[in-house]
Design a protein around this ligand. Structure first.
Ligand code: COA
Length: 253
């Protein structure tokens, strides 16, 4: 079965992360499949809204760490395309999150218009712990969403945060039992799909107008720094330690 499932019905594109054995960590092929689906949905007048969801037990463990080691992203990598596509998707995008949402599993939510979470959701941004820096425009968007100090807990300390905190800071819209999250996201998608598409697109664009250019610029800057750091010894040590199931040793860095 494919690692990304896509389904379009009643004007709603549903993208399901389906690599549960590897905690829905995202490979190049998965980023490419999501980008293809979103680009096709953006161009197809029949599709009015998109939903991105994982599994009731796990949203996503972030980028595949083996991929980071084997093939660090370069300008034409699928992950870079994915970040550009998701951050400029013109139609409403709904995130449905249960379980862990790590790294890009959390930062992609900053580009969703509505996010529903299970009470088992746990958000974390362990970029510094991995010798890396924030991505997906999160260094710009997160401090503006939650304030510098709370963003620092998330981005510098790498402290995970709960669904309650995510609700309080405005990252998500509602918390429900995990078994109800996907159905709730779908109901909200149906409500949006019944509305005039041109109004949805114009409203989303107007709401995001001020941030569009700075987010695109920050995304590029983050990509350059992240790509450089990924090739440096601290990140290599952290990522290798994860693959070897041991604690990283940063004493030399
Ligand atoms: N990349 C590649 N493989 C990953 C992965 C990732 N990001 N996250 C999990 N996996 C794999 C594990 O290696 C393991 O594979 P195995 O069964 O072949 O040994 C499998 O998925 C299950 O993961 P495990 O860590 O045993 O599950 P858990 O329930 O104990 O923990 C997480 C779940 C998400 C908390 C944990 O897997 C985790 O912290 N993952 C890394 C997250 C991360 O740092 N992502 C990068 C962000 S930039």
């Amino acid at each position: 079965m494919s690692d990304i499932l896509t389904h379009t019905e009643e004007g709603i594109l549903t993208i399901t992360l389906n690599r549960v054995a590897k905690k829905n960590s995202l490979t190049g092929a998965m980023y490419a499949a999501i980008s293809d689906a979103l680009e096709a949905a953006a161009a197809d007048p029949v599709v009015r809204v998109a939903v991105i969801q994982g599994h009731e037990t796990i949203f996503s463990a972030g980028n595949d760490i083996g991929d980071f080691l084997k093939a660090p992203p370069s300008a034409d990598s699928p992950v870079i395309r994915f970040l550009r596509v998701i951050s400029s998707f013109p139609k409403p995008l709904i995130g449905a999150v249960c379980g862990a949402a790590v790294g890009v599993g959390t930062t992609l939510l900053l580009h969703c218009d509505l996010v529903y979470a299970g009470d088992n959701a746990a958000f974390s941004l362990p970029f510094v712990n991995l010798g890396l820096c924030p991505e997906a425009g999160s260094s710009y968007l997160l401090p503006r969403l939650m304030g510098h100090q709370r963003a620092s807990e998330a981005l510098l300390l790498g402290d995970p945060f709960t669904a309650e905190t995510a609700l309080e800071v405005g990252l998500i819209n509602r918390i429900v039992p995990p078994a109800e999250v996907h159905a709730l996201a779908h109901r909200q998608a149906q409500r949006l799909a019944a509305k005039p598409l041109a109004s949805l697109i114009a409203s989303k664009r107007l709401m995001k107008q001020e941030q569009a250019a700075p987010v695109a610029a920050r995304l590029d800057e983050e990509i350059a720094i992240f790509g450089r750091m990924l090739r440096e010894p601290a990140a290599k040590e952290a990522l290798t330690a994860f693959m070897e199931n041991r604690r990283p040793d940063f004493s030399a860095f």
